[in-house]
Design a protein around this ligand. Structure first.
Ligand SMILES: Cc1ncc(C[n+]2csc(CCOP(=O)(O)OP(=O)(O)O)c2C)c(N)n1
Ligand SMILES: [Mg+2]
Length: 384
């Protein structure tokens, strides 16, 4: 029976949808099937030649990425509760398949922008996990030298344009990047992640209107990825809008759209590659609503959840994206239970090291207080 980690460092055993092997062990042991031996599962080129499904090796790679995110996020929650992480903290637990699947289609030169649930996007784009954790710890070794914190990660070299705390505030910026890419005559695109809660905000509607309009001339290669985790803080989608089909809201702006099961990494992967290719080729925007769920509270300081039932959370946990992928890997004989445990064990060691680094790093020196804060620093601060 495979086990995987859920919120709060709890080990949850998934019995549903998972074939019983009879071994019943969760202890890491020598892997009986190595990654190199992994079997080809299926490879069905879609009409436009995009990747329709992943082979075994690719799925194992995605599994490792999702485990990295899960264990990283659990470590963040612990750090916050220990008072090591200041400001605020929102983790991506339960939603891993969305960013992991879409960023699989990322090409160097593309740009990514998202809101404040941003750790996985940075990690998946290749930012050093140590620098990301140190950023959350407010240390000088952090990704943005300890001045951004959890909600304002940024890594320009890797195409990560942030991390924004103002709900909906990043949406106009994202399609601006997309416009610039065509203006500069490149074939790059922007992946613009947005929450369900941000779509009832004026910035979204103004931006979607411009994107659709510019897209008519092939000037807006923007892939809108709605992370519909069903809630904006404690308010469900149904309590936020009379028209709950979020993908269809894009119809109003002439932007084609579809929905995907955001818990199923293969489904996400298929649409991610197909939609990315389409946006890249046409310069027109496209929107995908990924139906997902955060199985932990909105933010790390929230404990009492009155807006949803334990039963609802339990039902979604049964479709946890990592549990579903484990099921596929086992069922298709790509990995066995021991190998899954081994991967998790190794990742835990990696993250322990990441936390140690963040803990032991120095605070930024006081002389750095104003550096990188204002452009034209002297103009604002005057002479000493
Ligand atoms: C303009 C603005 N209004 C309100 C808030 C407070 N706030 C923080 S998170 C949040 C909910 C956003 O929900 P959603 O976009 O669905 O993202 P999720 O947290 O579900 O990932 C709100 C209202 C804010 N940060 N910015
Ligand atoms: Mg939401």
């Amino acid at each position: 029976m495979p086990a995987h980690l859920a919120g709060d460092g709890v080990v949850v055993f998934f019995t549903q949808n998972v074939p019983q092997s009879g071994k019943g062990t969760t202890v890491a042991a020598e892997s009986q099937r190595t990654e190199e031996e992994s079997v080809e599962v299926r490879e069905e080129p879609s009409e436009n030649g995009a990747v329709a499904s992943a082979d075994g090796e690719h799925l194992v790679d995605l599994y490792k990425k999702m485990i990295l995110i899960r264990i990283f996020e659990e470590a963040c929650q612990r750090g916050f509760r220990q008072g090591k992480i200041g400001g605020y903290l929102h983790v991506y637990i339960g939603q891993e398949a969305v960013a992991t699947g879409f960023l699989d289609a990322f090409k160097e030169g593309d740009k990514v922008i998202t809101a404040y649930r941003d750790h996985p996007h940075a990690l998946l784009l290749g930012s050093d996990p140590k620098a990301v954790m140190a950023e959350l710890y407010g240390k000088g070794t952090g990704l943005v030298k300890g001045k951004g914190g959890s909600m304002h990660l940024f890594d320009v070299e890797r195409g990560f344009m942030g991390g924004y705390g103002i709900v909906g505030g990043h949406i106009p910026l994202g399609l601006g990047f997309a416009y610039a890419m065509r203006y500069q005559q490149t074939d790059h695109i922007t992946q613009l992640y947005l929450g369900d809660g941000s779509m009832h905000n004026g910035a979204f509607h103004e931006a979607a209107n411009m994107s659709g309009l510019w897209g008519k001339d092939g000037m807006n290669p923007c892939l809108f990825i709605i992370e519909n985790n069903q809630y904006g803080m404690g308010t469900s989608v149904a309590r936020s809008t009379a028209m709950t089909d979020l993908a269809a809201k894009f119809d109003a702006y002439g932007i084609e759209n579809e929905k995907v099961d955001g818990m199923d990494i293969e489904a996400v992967l298929e649409v991610a590659h197909r939609a990315t290719q389409r946006v890249r080729e046409t310069g027109r925007p496209y929107a995908v609503e990924a139906l997902t769920y955060r199985t932990v509270p909105h933010g790390a300081a929230d404990f009492f959840e009155k807006y949803r039932t334990k039963d609802e959370v339990k039902k979604w946990r049964e479709r946890d994206p990592i549990g579903l992928l484990e099921h596929k890997l086992l069922e298709r004989d790509v990995l066995d239970e021991e190998s899954l445990e081994e991967i998790k064990g190794e990742m835990k060691e990696t993250i322990d090291e990441v936390v140690r680094f963040a803990n032991e790093s120095e605070e930024p020196p006081i002389e750095e207080l104003y550096s990188d804060v204002y452009a034209g620093q002297d103009e604002y601060l005057g002479e000493e």
